[in-house]
Design a protein around this ligand. Structure first.
Ligand code: GLU
Length: 467
Protein backbone atom coordinates (compact mmCIF):
# COMPACT_ATOMS: atom_id res chain seq x y z
CA UNK A 1 0.00 0.00 0.00
CA UNK A 2 1.61 3.24 -1.03
CA UNK A 3 1.18 6.27 1.17
CA UNK A 4 -1.18 8.38 -0.90
CA UNK A 5 -3.27 5.57 -2.36
CA UNK A 6 -5.38 4.74 0.67
CA UNK A 7 -8.83 6.28 0.74
CA UNK A 8 -11.43 4.78 3.04
CA UNK A 9 -14.97 5.68 3.92
CA UNK A 10 -17.54 5.04 6.58
CA UNK A 11 -20.97 4.69 4.96
CA UNK A 12 -23.68 4.65 7.61
CA UNK A 13 -27.39 4.60 6.91
CA UNK A 14 -28.95 7.29 9.10
CA UNK A 15 -31.78 5.09 10.31
CA UNK A 16 -30.97 5.00 14.02
CA UNK A 17 -28.46 5.88 16.70
CA UNK A 18 -24.89 4.71 16.13
CA UNK A 19 -23.97 1.72 18.27
CA UNK A 20 -20.65 0.18 19.21
CA UNK A 21 -20.62 -2.33 16.30
CA UNK A 22 -21.13 0.38 13.71
CA UNK A 23 -18.69 2.68 15.42
CA UNK A 24 -16.03 -0.02 15.22
CA UNK A 25 -16.43 -0.05 11.43
CA UNK A 26 -15.87 3.71 11.42
CA UNK A 27 -12.81 3.34 13.67
CA UNK A 28 -11.28 0.63 11.46
CA UNK A 29 -11.68 2.76 8.34
CA UNK A 30 -10.28 5.79 10.10
CA UNK A 31 -7.29 3.84 11.46
CA UNK A 32 -6.52 2.34 8.04
CA UNK A 33 -6.57 5.76 6.37
CA UNK A 34 -4.46 7.38 9.07
CA UNK A 35 -2.01 4.45 9.18
CA UNK A 36 -1.16 5.16 5.54
CA UNK A 37 -1.40 8.94 5.48
CA UNK A 38 -4.52 8.52 3.37
CA UNK A 39 -8.01 10.02 3.39
CA UNK A 40 -11.04 9.10 5.46
CA UNK A 41 -14.47 10.01 4.07
CA UNK A 42 -18.01 9.74 5.36
CA UNK A 43 -20.90 8.90 3.07
CA UNK A 44 -24.47 9.10 4.27
CA UNK A 45 -26.41 6.23 2.70
CA UNK A 46 -29.85 7.75 2.95
CA UNK A 47 -31.65 6.25 -0.03
CA UNK A 48 -34.26 4.67 2.20
CA UNK A 49 -36.25 7.89 2.56
CA UNK A 50 -38.75 6.45 5.01
CA UNK A 51 -36.26 5.18 7.54
CA UNK A 52 -33.56 7.84 7.12
CA UNK A 53 -33.72 11.07 9.09
CA UNK A 54 -31.75 14.28 9.40
CA UNK A 55 -31.79 13.83 13.17
CA UNK A 56 -29.99 10.50 12.91
CA UNK A 57 -27.56 11.93 10.37
CA UNK A 58 -26.71 14.81 12.72
CA UNK A 59 -26.33 12.31 15.56
CA UNK A 60 -23.92 10.14 13.55
CA UNK A 61 -21.78 13.11 12.59
CA UNK A 62 -21.77 14.40 16.17
CA UNK A 63 -20.69 10.96 17.40
CA UNK A 64 -17.82 10.86 14.90
CA UNK A 65 -16.75 14.39 15.81
CA UNK A 66 -16.82 13.50 19.52
CA UNK A 67 -14.39 10.65 18.81
CA UNK A 68 -12.19 12.82 16.63
CA UNK A 69 -12.95 10.72 13.53
CA UNK A 70 -13.32 13.79 11.38
CA UNK A 71 -13.70 13.15 7.65
CA UNK A 72 -11.24 14.81 5.28
CA UNK A 73 -14.05 16.09 3.05
CA UNK A 74 -17.61 17.18 3.78
CA UNK A 75 -19.87 14.12 4.00
CA UNK A 76 -21.59 13.03 0.80
CA UNK A 77 -25.31 12.26 0.81
CA UNK A 78 -26.66 9.63 -1.56
CA UNK A 79 -30.03 11.38 -1.63
CA UNK A 80 -28.32 14.23 -3.51
CA UNK A 81 -26.65 12.09 -6.18
CA UNK A 82 -29.53 11.17 -8.41
CA UNK A 83 -27.93 12.62 -11.55
CA UNK A 84 -24.86 10.40 -11.04
CA UNK A 85 -27.04 7.31 -10.62
CA UNK A 86 -29.14 8.16 -13.68
CA UNK A 87 -26.00 8.29 -15.83
CA UNK A 88 -24.96 4.85 -14.66
CA UNK A 89 -28.46 3.37 -15.17
CA UNK A 90 -28.40 4.68 -18.72
CA UNK A 91 -25.01 3.14 -19.33
CA UNK A 92 -26.25 -0.24 -18.12
CA UNK A 93 -29.47 0.08 -20.13
CA UNK A 94 -27.55 0.97 -23.28
CA UNK A 95 -25.42 -2.15 -22.83
CA UNK A 96 -28.52 -4.27 -22.07
CA UNK A 97 -27.02 -5.28 -18.75
CA UNK A 98 -30.29 -4.54 -16.97
CA UNK A 99 -33.99 -5.09 -17.55
CA UNK A 100 -37.23 -3.85 -16.03
CA UNK A 101 -38.89 -6.34 -13.71
CA UNK A 102 -42.66 -6.22 -13.21
CA UNK A 103 -42.94 -9.06 -10.71
CA UNK A 104 -45.03 -8.15 -7.69
CA UNK A 105 -43.98 -8.86 -4.12
CA UNK A 106 -46.56 -11.69 -3.97
CA UNK A 107 -45.27 -13.30 -7.18
CA UNK A 108 -41.70 -13.13 -5.87
CA UNK A 109 -42.72 -14.64 -2.53
CA UNK A 110 -44.52 -17.52 -4.29
CA UNK A 111 -41.51 -18.20 -6.51
CA UNK A 112 -39.16 -18.25 -3.51
CA UNK A 113 -41.46 -20.61 -1.63
CA UNK A 114 -41.55 -22.97 -4.63
CA UNK A 115 -37.75 -22.94 -4.88
CA UNK A 116 -37.39 -23.71 -1.21
CA UNK A 117 -39.94 -26.50 -1.44
CA UNK A 118 -37.89 -28.16 -4.18
CA UNK A 119 -34.69 -27.79 -2.15
CA UNK A 120 -33.18 -24.99 -4.24
CA UNK A 121 -31.79 -21.78 -2.74
CA UNK A 122 -34.19 -18.92 -3.36
CA UNK A 123 -33.08 -16.48 -6.02
CA UNK A 124 -34.82 -14.49 -8.72
CA UNK A 125 -36.17 -16.95 -11.29
CA UNK A 126 -35.60 -14.61 -14.23
CA UNK A 127 -39.30 -14.25 -15.04
CA UNK A 128 -38.96 -10.79 -16.62
CA UNK A 129 -35.49 -11.35 -18.11
CA UNK A 130 -36.88 -12.37 -21.46
CA UNK A 131 -39.78 -9.92 -21.82
CA UNK A 132 -39.87 -8.31 -25.24
CA UNK A 133 -40.72 -4.67 -25.92
CA UNK A 134 -44.41 -5.46 -26.39
CA UNK A 135 -44.58 -7.38 -23.10
CA UNK A 136 -42.96 -4.49 -21.27
CA UNK A 137 -45.21 -1.92 -22.92
CA UNK A 138 -48.32 -3.90 -21.99
CA UNK A 139 -47.31 -4.05 -18.35
CA UNK A 140 -46.40 -0.38 -18.26
CA UNK A 141 -49.78 0.43 -19.85
CA UNK A 142 -51.43 -1.58 -17.09
CA UNK A 143 -49.83 0.85 -14.61
CA UNK A 144 -47.19 -1.52 -13.18
CA UNK A 145 -44.08 0.22 -11.89
CA UNK A 146 -41.00 -1.85 -12.68
CA UNK A 147 -37.86 -2.30 -10.68
CA UNK A 148 -34.59 -2.45 -12.60
CA UNK A 149 -32.64 -5.70 -12.39
CA UNK A 150 -29.02 -6.37 -13.15
CA UNK A 151 -28.53 -9.32 -15.49
CA UNK A 152 -25.98 -11.53 -13.73
CA UNK A 153 -23.74 -13.22 -16.32
CA UNK A 154 -24.11 -17.01 -16.31
CA UNK A 155 -21.35 -19.52 -15.65
CA UNK A 156 -18.86 -17.15 -14.11
CA UNK A 157 -16.75 -17.51 -10.99
CA UNK A 158 -16.32 -14.26 -9.13
CA UNK A 159 -13.09 -14.21 -7.17
CA UNK A 160 -11.46 -11.65 -4.94
CA UNK A 161 -9.02 -11.56 -2.08
CA UNK A 162 -10.59 -10.23 1.05
CA UNK A 163 -7.99 -8.29 3.01
CA UNK A 164 -9.09 -9.93 6.24
CA UNK A 165 -10.65 -13.24 5.20
CA UNK A 166 -8.35 -14.21 2.34
CA UNK A 167 -9.35 -15.59 -1.11
CA UNK A 168 -13.09 -15.72 -1.84
CA UNK A 169 -14.88 -17.42 -4.68
CA UNK A 170 -18.56 -17.27 -5.69
CA UNK A 171 -20.39 -18.91 -8.61
CA UNK A 172 -22.42 -16.34 -10.51
CA UNK A 173 -25.07 -19.02 -11.15
CA UNK A 174 -25.87 -18.90 -7.42
CA UNK A 175 -26.62 -15.19 -7.63
CA UNK A 176 -30.01 -14.27 -8.99
CA UNK A 177 -30.50 -11.14 -11.09
CA UNK A 178 -30.75 -8.43 -8.46
CA UNK A 179 -32.55 -5.14 -8.14
CA UNK A 180 -30.50 -1.99 -8.62
CA UNK A 181 -33.40 0.47 -8.77
CA UNK A 182 -36.55 0.14 -6.72
CA UNK A 183 -40.02 0.59 -8.18
CA UNK A 184 -40.21 4.07 -6.64
CA UNK A 185 -37.08 5.06 -8.59
CA UNK A 186 -34.73 5.07 -5.62
CA UNK A 187 -31.34 3.37 -6.04
CA UNK A 188 -30.83 0.04 -4.27
CA UNK A 189 -27.91 -0.57 -1.92
CA UNK A 190 -25.81 -2.83 -4.18
CA UNK A 191 -25.84 -0.21 -6.89
CA UNK A 192 -25.35 3.17 -5.24
CA UNK A 193 -22.92 1.81 -2.68
CA UNK A 194 -20.63 0.35 -5.38
CA UNK A 195 -21.04 3.26 -7.81
CA UNK A 196 -20.16 5.77 -5.09
CA UNK A 197 -17.12 3.82 -3.95
CA UNK A 198 -15.84 3.92 -7.53
CA UNK A 199 -16.76 7.58 -8.11
CA UNK A 200 -15.16 8.63 -4.85
CA UNK A 201 -12.00 6.67 -5.61
CA UNK A 202 -12.29 4.57 -2.47
CA UNK A 203 -9.29 2.25 -2.30
CA UNK A 204 -10.37 0.10 0.66
CA UNK A 205 -13.82 -0.81 1.92
CA UNK A 206 -13.73 -2.10 5.48
CA UNK A 207 -17.20 -3.25 6.51
CA UNK A 208 -19.00 -5.91 8.50
CA UNK A 209 -18.88 -9.52 7.37
CA UNK A 210 -22.64 -9.42 6.88
CA UNK A 211 -21.80 -7.68 3.59
CA UNK A 212 -19.44 -10.42 2.34
CA UNK A 213 -22.10 -12.09 0.16
CA UNK A 214 -22.97 -8.72 -1.40
CA UNK A 215 -19.46 -8.22 -2.71
CA UNK A 216 -19.62 -10.58 -5.76
CA UNK A 217 -22.76 -8.75 -6.91
CA UNK A 218 -21.04 -5.41 -6.54
CA UNK A 219 -17.95 -6.65 -8.37
CA UNK A 220 -20.06 -7.81 -11.33
CA UNK A 221 -21.85 -4.49 -11.39
CA UNK A 222 -18.61 -2.48 -11.32
CA UNK A 223 -17.21 -4.66 -14.08
CA UNK A 224 -20.31 -4.03 -16.22
CA UNK A 225 -19.87 -0.30 -15.68
CA UNK A 226 -16.17 -0.42 -16.46
CA UNK A 227 -15.39 0.95 -13.00
CA UNK A 228 -12.54 -0.23 -10.86
CA UNK A 229 -13.31 -2.06 -7.65
CA UNK A 230 -11.89 -1.22 -4.24
CA UNK A 231 -10.15 -3.75 -2.04
CA UNK A 232 -12.65 -5.28 0.35
CA UNK A 233 -12.01 -6.21 3.97
CA UNK A 234 -14.91 -7.78 5.84
CA UNK A 235 -14.41 -7.47 9.57
CA UNK A 236 -15.84 -10.04 11.94
CA UNK A 237 -19.04 -9.36 13.74
CA UNK A 238 -18.88 -8.16 17.31
CA UNK A 239 -20.73 -10.48 19.65
CA UNK A 240 -22.08 -9.78 23.10
CA UNK A 241 -20.72 -11.58 26.17
CA UNK A 242 -23.43 -14.24 25.66
CA UNK A 243 -22.14 -15.07 22.16
CA UNK A 244 -25.19 -13.56 20.43
CA UNK A 245 -24.81 -10.65 17.99
CA UNK A 246 -24.29 -7.42 19.87
CA UNK A 247 -27.54 -5.76 20.80
CA UNK A 248 -29.12 -3.73 23.59
CA UNK A 249 -29.89 -6.96 25.41
CA UNK A 250 -26.29 -8.08 25.85
CA UNK A 251 -24.69 -4.80 26.73
CA UNK A 252 -24.41 -2.80 23.52
CA UNK A 253 -24.49 0.93 24.02
CA UNK A 254 -25.17 3.73 21.60
CA UNK A 255 -22.31 6.17 21.23
CA UNK A 256 -24.59 8.87 22.66
CA UNK A 257 -25.16 6.71 25.74
CA UNK A 258 -21.42 6.15 26.22
CA UNK A 259 -20.83 9.88 25.94
CA UNK A 260 -23.65 10.59 28.38
CA UNK A 261 -22.15 8.14 30.86
CA UNK A 262 -18.89 10.08 30.73
CA UNK A 263 -16.86 7.56 28.74
CA UNK A 264 -13.87 9.36 27.24
CA UNK A 265 -13.27 9.29 23.47
CA UNK A 266 -9.69 8.12 24.00
CA UNK A 267 -10.88 5.16 26.07
CA UNK A 268 -13.45 4.17 23.45
CA UNK A 269 -10.86 4.47 20.66
CA UNK A 270 -8.25 2.45 22.54
CA UNK A 271 -10.83 -0.21 23.25
CA UNK A 272 -12.25 -0.47 19.73
CA UNK A 273 -8.82 -0.37 18.07
CA UNK A 274 -7.98 -3.51 20.04
CA UNK A 275 -11.25 -5.35 19.64
CA UNK A 276 -10.18 -8.31 17.49
CA UNK A 277 -6.96 -6.50 16.58
CA UNK A 278 -3.53 -7.15 18.05
CA UNK A 279 -1.67 -3.99 19.06
CA UNK A 280 1.97 -4.33 20.19
CA UNK A 281 1.77 -1.55 22.75
CA UNK A 282 -0.54 -2.39 25.63
CA UNK A 283 -0.61 1.11 27.07
CA UNK A 284 -3.10 3.90 26.46
CA UNK A 285 -2.23 5.35 23.06
CA UNK A 286 -3.07 8.63 21.39
CA UNK A 287 -5.13 8.24 18.20
CA UNK A 288 -2.10 8.80 15.95
CA UNK A 289 -0.16 6.08 17.78
CA UNK A 290 -3.13 3.71 17.49
CA UNK A 291 -3.13 4.36 13.74
CA UNK A 292 0.63 3.77 13.53
CA UNK A 293 0.17 0.36 15.17
CA UNK A 294 -2.82 -0.63 13.02
CA UNK A 295 -2.78 -3.14 10.18
CA UNK A 296 -5.57 -5.06 8.44
CA UNK A 297 -3.33 -8.11 8.65
CA UNK A 298 -3.61 -7.96 12.43
CA UNK A 299 -7.39 -8.12 12.45
CA UNK A 300 -8.64 -11.53 13.51
CA UNK A 301 -11.09 -13.53 11.41
CA UNK A 302 -13.01 -14.82 14.39
CA UNK A 303 -15.75 -12.84 16.04
CA UNK A 304 -14.75 -10.25 18.63
CA UNK A 305 -16.62 -10.05 21.93
CA UNK A 306 -17.77 -6.77 23.37
CA UNK A 307 -16.46 -6.59 26.90
CA UNK A 308 -17.65 -3.71 29.07
CA UNK A 309 -14.92 -4.59 31.62
CA UNK A 310 -12.22 -4.01 29.00
CA UNK A 311 -13.77 -0.69 28.05
CA UNK A 312 -13.65 0.29 31.72
CA UNK A 313 -9.98 -0.69 31.84
CA UNK A 314 -9.22 1.83 29.08
CA UNK A 315 -11.48 4.37 30.73
CA UNK A 316 -9.48 4.03 33.96
CA UNK A 317 -6.26 4.78 32.09
CA UNK A 318 -7.86 7.62 30.14
CA UNK A 319 -9.28 9.28 33.27
CA UNK A 320 -5.93 9.09 35.08
CA UNK A 321 -4.21 10.58 32.03
CA UNK A 322 -6.50 13.64 31.96
CA UNK A 323 -4.61 16.89 32.44
CA UNK A 324 -6.00 19.74 34.55
CA UNK A 325 -8.16 21.50 31.97
CA UNK A 326 -9.61 18.38 30.37
CA UNK A 327 -10.18 16.83 33.80
CA UNK A 328 -12.03 19.92 34.96
CA UNK A 329 -14.24 19.93 31.85
CA UNK A 330 -14.99 16.22 32.20
CA UNK A 331 -15.95 16.51 35.88
CA UNK A 332 -18.00 19.68 35.26
CA UNK A 333 -19.92 17.76 32.59
CA UNK A 334 -21.17 15.24 35.13
CA UNK A 335 -23.72 17.67 36.60
CA UNK A 336 -25.44 16.80 39.89
CA UNK A 337 -23.91 18.45 42.94
CA UNK A 338 -20.57 19.14 41.19
CA UNK A 339 -19.80 22.79 42.03
CA UNK A 340 -20.34 25.26 39.19
CA UNK A 341 -17.74 27.68 40.45
CA UNK A 342 -14.53 26.93 38.43
CA UNK A 343 -12.00 26.93 41.27
CA UNK A 344 -14.08 24.71 43.51
CA UNK A 345 -14.86 22.39 40.62
CA UNK A 346 -11.17 22.13 39.69
CA UNK A 347 -10.21 21.26 43.29
CA UNK A 348 -12.99 18.66 43.49
CA UNK A 349 -11.88 17.19 40.13
CA UNK A 350 -8.28 16.70 41.29
CA UNK A 351 -9.53 15.24 44.57
CA UNK A 352 -11.65 12.50 43.00
CA UNK A 353 -9.63 11.77 39.82
CA UNK A 354 -8.19 8.48 41.16
CA UNK A 355 -11.59 7.33 42.43
CA UNK A 356 -13.93 7.74 39.49
CA UNK A 357 -14.55 6.07 36.15
CA UNK A 358 -17.72 7.67 34.87
CA UNK A 359 -20.11 10.54 35.42
CA UNK A 360 -22.35 8.58 37.78
CA UNK A 361 -19.37 8.03 40.07
CA UNK A 362 -18.44 11.72 39.83
CA UNK A 363 -21.99 12.68 40.85
CA UNK A 364 -21.88 10.14 43.62
CA UNK A 365 -18.75 11.66 45.13
CA UNK A 366 -20.16 15.16 44.68
CA UNK A 367 -23.20 14.09 46.70
CA UNK A 368 -20.94 12.75 49.48
CA UNK A 369 -18.64 15.80 49.49
CA UNK A 370 -21.19 18.59 49.04
CA UNK A 371 -24.21 16.85 50.54
CA UNK A 372 -23.82 14.36 53.35
CA UNK A 373 -21.66 11.30 54.05
CA UNK A 374 -23.12 7.91 53.16
CA UNK A 375 -24.71 5.80 55.86
CA UNK A 376 -21.79 3.52 56.86
CA UNK A 377 -22.10 -0.22 56.18
CA UNK A 378 -21.80 -2.77 59.03
CA UNK A 379 -18.04 -3.15 58.76
CA UNK A 380 -17.55 0.63 58.79
CA UNK A 381 -19.85 0.96 61.80
CA UNK A 382 -17.86 -1.64 63.71
CA UNK A 383 -14.59 0.20 62.95
CA UNK A 384 -16.04 3.48 64.21
CA UNK A 385 -17.44 1.91 67.34
CA UNK A 386 -14.08 0.37 68.04
CA UNK A 387 -12.44 3.81 67.70
CA UNK A 388 -15.00 5.27 70.13
CA UNK A 389 -16.67 8.63 70.65
CA UNK A 390 -13.55 10.09 72.31
CA UNK A 391 -11.49 9.45 69.14
CA UNK A 392 -13.85 11.60 67.07
CA UNK A 393 -14.32 14.17 69.83
CA UNK A 394 -10.63 15.02 69.94
CA UNK A 395 -10.43 14.95 66.13
CA UNK A 396 -13.32 17.42 65.93
CA UNK A 397 -11.72 19.70 68.50
CA UNK A 398 -8.60 20.05 66.30
CA UNK A 399 -10.40 20.41 62.97
CA UNK A 400 -10.23 24.20 62.81
CA UNK A 401 -6.41 24.01 62.94
CA UNK A 402 -6.16 21.86 59.84
CA UNK A 403 -5.85 18.20 59.00
CA UNK A 404 -2.27 17.78 60.29
CA UNK A 405 -3.48 19.00 63.69
CA UNK A 406 -6.35 16.47 63.61
CA UNK A 407 -3.95 13.59 63.03
CA UNK A 408 -1.52 14.87 65.62
CA UNK A 409 -4.26 15.28 68.19
CA UNK A 410 -5.85 11.86 67.65
CA UNK A 411 -2.49 10.12 67.64
CA UNK A 412 -1.37 11.68 70.85
CA UNK A 413 -4.73 11.27 72.63
CA UNK A 414 -5.61 7.75 71.52
CA UNK A 415 -2.35 6.21 70.34
CA UNK A 416 -4.12 5.07 67.12
CA UNK A 417 -1.83 4.40 64.15
CA UNK A 418 -2.14 3.27 60.53
CA UNK A 419 -5.46 1.81 59.50
CA UNK A 420 -6.91 2.26 63.00
CA UNK A 421 -6.20 5.96 62.67
CA UNK A 422 -7.19 6.61 59.06
CA UNK A 423 -10.14 4.32 58.53
CA UNK A 424 -12.43 5.78 61.24
CA UNK A 425 -11.56 9.30 60.05
CA UNK A 426 -12.34 8.37 56.45
CA UNK A 427 -15.64 6.84 57.47
CA UNK A 428 -16.52 9.92 59.53
CA UNK A 429 -15.88 12.22 56.57
CA UNK A 430 -17.48 10.11 53.82
CA UNK A 431 -19.37 7.15 55.31
CA UNK A 432 -17.11 4.98 53.11
CA UNK A 433 -14.09 2.76 53.65
CA UNK A 434 -12.35 3.89 50.49
CA UNK A 435 -12.01 7.14 48.63
CA UNK A 436 -9.88 10.24 48.06
CA UNK A 437 -6.79 11.17 50.04
CA UNK A 438 -7.85 12.49 53.45
CA UNK A 439 -5.77 15.72 53.64
CA UNK A 440 -7.09 16.81 50.22
CA UNK A 441 -10.62 15.76 51.15
CA UNK A 442 -10.49 17.78 54.38
CA UNK A 443 -9.21 20.79 52.41
CA UNK A 444 -12.11 20.54 49.96
CA UNK A 445 -14.64 20.07 52.77
CA UNK A 446 -13.18 23.02 54.68
CA UNK A 447 -12.55 23.15 58.45
CA UNK A 448 -16.17 23.84 59.48
CA UNK A 449 -17.65 20.93 57.53
CA UNK A 450 -14.79 18.64 58.58
CA UNK A 451 -15.45 19.49 62.22
CA UNK A 452 -19.19 18.97 61.80
CA UNK A 453 -18.73 15.51 60.27
CA UNK A 454 -16.29 14.48 63.01
CA UNK A 455 -18.73 15.73 65.66
CA UNK A 456 -21.55 13.78 64.02
CA UNK A 457 -19.40 10.65 64.13
CA UNK A 458 -18.68 11.27 67.81
CA UNK A 459 -22.39 11.69 68.54
CA UNK A 460 -23.28 8.61 66.54
CA UNK A 461 -20.66 6.49 68.38
CA UNK A 462 -21.90 7.78 71.73
CA UNK A 463 -25.49 6.83 70.75
CA UNK A 464 -24.40 3.47 69.39
CA UNK A 465 -22.58 2.58 72.60
CA UNK A 466 -25.65 3.64 74.56
CA UNK A 467 -23.70 6.46 76.28
N1 GLU B 1 -24.87 1.58 4.49
C1 GLU B 1 -24.25 0.29 4.61
C2 GLU B 1 -24.39 -0.18 6.03
O1 GLU B 1 -24.59 0.63 6.92
C3 GLU B 1 -22.81 0.40 4.18
C4 GLU B 1 -22.13 -0.87 3.93
C5 GLU B 1 -20.74 -0.62 3.43
O2 GLU B 1 -19.91 -0.15 4.21
O3 GLU B 1 -20.47 -0.87 2.26
O4 GLU B 1 -24.34 -1.36 6.30
Amino acid sequence: MSKVSVKTRFAPSPTGAMHVGNLRTAVLNWLLARAHGGEFLVRIEDTDRERSSAVHEAGLLADLAWLGLEPDQPPLRQSERDAVYQRHYQQLEAGERVYPCFCTAEELALSRAAQRASGRPPRYAGTCAGLDAAGRAARLAAGRQPTLRFRVPAGRTVEFVDRIRGPQSFASDDIGDFIIRRADGSPAFFFCNAVDDACQGISHVVRGEDHLANTPRQLLLLEALGLSAPEYAHASTILGDDGAPLSKRNGSRSVAELRGEGMLPLAVLNYLARLGHVMDDEGLLEPSALAAGFSLARLGRSAGHYDAGQLRHWQRLAVSALQAEALHAWVAGAGGAVPAEPERCAAFAVLIQPNVLDHAEVRDWARVVYGAPDVPDDEARALCRAAGAGFFGCAAAAAEQGWAAVLEQVRSQTGARGKLLFMPLRIALTGRRYGPELPALAAVLGPAETRLRLQQAAAWCADASGG
